[in-house]
Design a protein around this ligand. Structure first.
Ligand code: ATP
Ligand code: MG
Length: 230
């Protein structure tokens, strides 16, 4: 579904990614672990089109998307939830979530809302509340629900567990499992390797912009956990 080949990214003279290649199949959850500054967000941001690659290619469903605009990539089916649980604090919970699918209207939009409420029960109770009043875990779920609202085929989650209590980590993990069952591919960047290893199928250990180790999560567990404490 997603294929990244020999990707190089730099900000001025700072190299962020130095020849990264990886693939994600439909329904597969791939974990990117690495310490602060390893290049996790740079990789995700390059896939969604926020950051431009110096060289290398990104293909989505067999089509090269390396130089497409971010909004075009989103319409092709690439969803994204940013680092730091970003919500629009003074907008209602429901409006925050529905902002993820500006192209949907009327019945289609209400069907999508019903689907998301089935996945995240608290959305129904809190729909009219301002998103800025929610707890951190709830805000993170709103950000993920927004990313899911556009019915993506590939969902990119940048540090979904950061700073969250176990109860919220469990809810987000359940949402990821639901997406796996629906055939949605997920690429998640996470410093908290332990809970992420429980839901991912495959992982890459990223250090200083280079993938140091790749494999099924059971095989890279040791290296991934060591990375947590760097
Ligand atoms: N907008 C930017 N301008 C300049 N340098 C940047 C920018 N964004 C990231 N970098 C640098 O690129 C490198 C990779 O950063 P990146 O944010 O991709 O890492 P990360 O793995 O997501 O880290 P974190 O766990 O802290 O989120 C770092 O050296 C960082 O300082
Ligand atoms: Mg980051």
């Amino acid at each position: 579904m997603l294929s990244i080949s020999d990707l190089h990214v730099a900000y001025g003279g700072t190299r962020a990614l130095d020849g990264v290649s990886l693939d994600i199949a439909a329904g597969q959850t791939v974990l990117l672990v690495g310490a602060n500054g390893a290049g996790k967000s740079s990789l995700i941001n390059t896939v969604i089109g926020l950051v431009k690659a110096r060289s290398g290619t990104i293909s989505f469903e067999g089509r090269e998307i390396t130089s497409l605009d971010a909004d075009v990539r989103a319409r092709l089916g690439i969803g994204y939830s940013p680092e730091g649980r970003r919500v629009f604090p003074t907008m209602s919970v429901k409006d925050n979530v529905l902002a993820g699918a500006p192209q949907l209207k009327g019945q289609e939009l209400s069907r999508r809302w019903d689907y998301l409420v089935a996945a995240f029960g608290f959305l129904a109770e809190r729909q009219h509340q301002m998103a800025g009043q929610l707890s951190g875990g709830q805000q993170q779920l709103v950000a993920i629900a927004r990313a899911m609202c556009g019915a993506p085929k590939l969902l990119l989650l940048d540090e979904p567990f950061l700073g969250l209590a176990p109860v919220w980590i469990e809810q987000i993990s359940a949402a990821v499992r639901r997406m796996q069952n629906e055939g949605i591919a997920v690429l998640m960047a996470e410093q908290m390797a332990r809970p992420a290893l429980k839901i991912a199928h495959y992982g890459h250990v990223l250090r200083s912009g280079v993938i140091r180790r790749s494999g099924p999560t059971a095989e890279i567990r040791g290296e991934a956990l060591a990375e947590e404490y760097l």
